[in-house]
Ligand binder design. Structure first.
Ligand code: PLP
Length: 465
């Protein structure tokens, strides 16, 4: 591809994306295809000779788009949102265009320094503890996912507690509602499943600090070493909020590491009135949230902070001869390869920088506020209807509910809604109850989309009394 061909194809690709986003409501939200349907429509072997880029764009329309579930649709209410935005899309494109490796400060100083800057901007924007600032003892790094963040935290906690030598005695605590990435991270970090205690939750599905205290005391009394506690702010199932201040006090008594997982809910702190999600963070050893969920930034973008970077660097640093350089040896720079598992890293800060500059704090606040307000509206509709039962609180953008007919009716309702192609939502289970989750957080989601979903629900309930 010559520079001129690249320019033409590049313009065509951006036009294609703009058209896709403008027309996104024309597609069924949930992909209706059977397994294998996409692959069957594409050649089994690569082309012998190069093809024009246009041919690829044509196949996007013909084969790929029909094989997608449209996560950016304003009527996508499943899981949690996975926001993108035009500035972030362009930031990712620029990242690809520059193609730098930011593993060390020396391999591209701007890649490191912009990342430290946007992470420090976020500390201010979200009103996070000052200790998280790069200019302080701690600091932040962009990782790929919250799963990698909790794995990193587990690794540091394990090393700090004595590493492989002590591993068989080390214990992990998290609630029964914690994300599966905690158990997965523990597995990768070499823990046996019996080294994880799933702490009971209260009626709001938040971790019970008294139960945590008891579990840690019982373990300590039998010679085990409480090593790591993961609290969740905004659980995946129902956005329950673990009481971090009380959990922190219990954790500190045993000198364990406290990681706070705010993957979805952390974005809410952009709004001053929603900063209850930050309660107790000043006691967290590490914290993460995902701008790639609710803060307008394309996947992948997880922000991970530590209160003190010394144990992180201690656990992660390895310096082979071929990476030695004067800047690293001077101690005056950050080398982000020491802040996560991979060595190589791309320039992810560009997309966050683009989002923060193009939206400004006020634009990001408006985005989050709209969803929180729509979730309240939807909850109000549920509360006023005798065939639906809202379950739990609605602190942010997620509303859980069920049909009064029970699990079978609730499941039938879900399947009916999703088969319509006009919206998509997913379920969870609390105890024996199947609940539907209406996660309102799309960049393009307006009240009309929530209203259309509601109208469909009501119509179904009237047809199925
Ligand atoms: C979504 C989610 C995760 C996992 O996020 P990834 O970035 O995909 O690894 C972890 N914890 C919670 C609470 C989540 O909601």
């Amino acid at each position: 591809m010559s520079p001129d061909e690249f320019r033409a194809a590049g313009h065509a690709a951006v036009d294609w994306i703009a058209d896709y986003l403008e027309g996104i409501e024309e597609h069924p939200v949930l992909c209706p295809l059977e397994p294998g349907a996409v692959r069957r429509r594409l050649p089994a072997s690569p082309p012998e000779e190069g093809e024009p880029f246009d041919a690829l764009l044509a196949d996007l329309d013909r084969v790929i788009v029909p094989g997608l579930t449209h996560w950016q649709s304003p009527s996508f209410f499943g899981y949690f949102p996975s926001n993108t935005s035009p500035p972030a899309i362009l930031g990712d494109l620029l990242c690809a265009g520059l193609g730098v490796q930011g593993m060390l400060w020396a391999t591209s100083p701007a890649c490191t320094e912009l990342e430290s800057l946007v992470m420090d901007w976020l500390v201010q924007a979200l009103s996070l503890p000052d200790a998280f600032l790069t200019t302080s003892k701690g600091g932040g790094v962009i990782q790929d996912t919250a799963s990698s963040a909790v794995l990193t935290a587990l690794h540091v906690a394990r090393e700090r507690a004595g590493g492989a030598r002590k591993l068989p005695r080390l214990m992990i605590y998290t609630s029964t509602q914690a994300h599966s990435s905690v158990a997965k991270g523990a597995k990768v970090a070499g823990f046996h499943p019996q080294q994880i205690r799933a702490i009971e939750v209260d009626d709001s599905l938040a971790m019970r600090p008294d139960a945590l205290r008891v579990a840690m005391a019982v373990d300590a009394a039998s010679g085990k070493l409480p090593c790591f506690v993961c609290a969740t702010v905004g659980t995946t199932s129902t956005t329950a909020l673990d009481p971090v201040p009380e959990i922190a006090r219990a954790t500190q008594e045993h000198g364990a590491w406290l990681h706070v997982d705010g993957a979805y809910a952390g974005s809410a702190a952009i709004c001053p009135e929603l900063r209850f999600v930050n309660a107790g963070l000043e006691h967290a050893d590490s914290y993460c949230f995902n701008p790639h969920k609710w803060l307008l930034t394309n996947f992948d973008c997880t922000c991970f902070w530590v209160r003190d970077r010394a144990p992180l660097l201690e656990a992660m640093s390895i310096l082979p001869e071929y990476l030695r350089n004067a800047a690293t040896e001077s101690g005056a720079v950050i080398d982000y390869r020491d802040w996560h598992v991979p060595l190589g890293r791309r320039f992810r800060a560009l997309k966050l920088w683009a989002v923060m500059r193009c939206y400004g704090l006020s634009g990001m606040q408006a985005h989050v506020r709209r969803h929180v307000s729509l979730a309240q509206t939807f909850a109000g509709w549920l509360d006023g209807h005798e065939r639906f039962e809202r379950i739990g609180e609605v602190p942010l953008g997620l509303v859980c509910f069920r049909h009064v007919g029970g699990n079978e009716s609730t499941e039938a309702l879900r399947d009916h809604l999703n088969a319509s192609g006009e919206l998509y939502l997913t379920h969870t289970k609390v105890g024996d109850d199947l609940l539907l989750r209406m996660a309102i957080g799309g960049r393009l989601t307006e009240e009309s989309h929530v209203r259309a979903a509601w109208d469909q629900m009501v119509a179904w309930s009237e047809a199925n009394p």
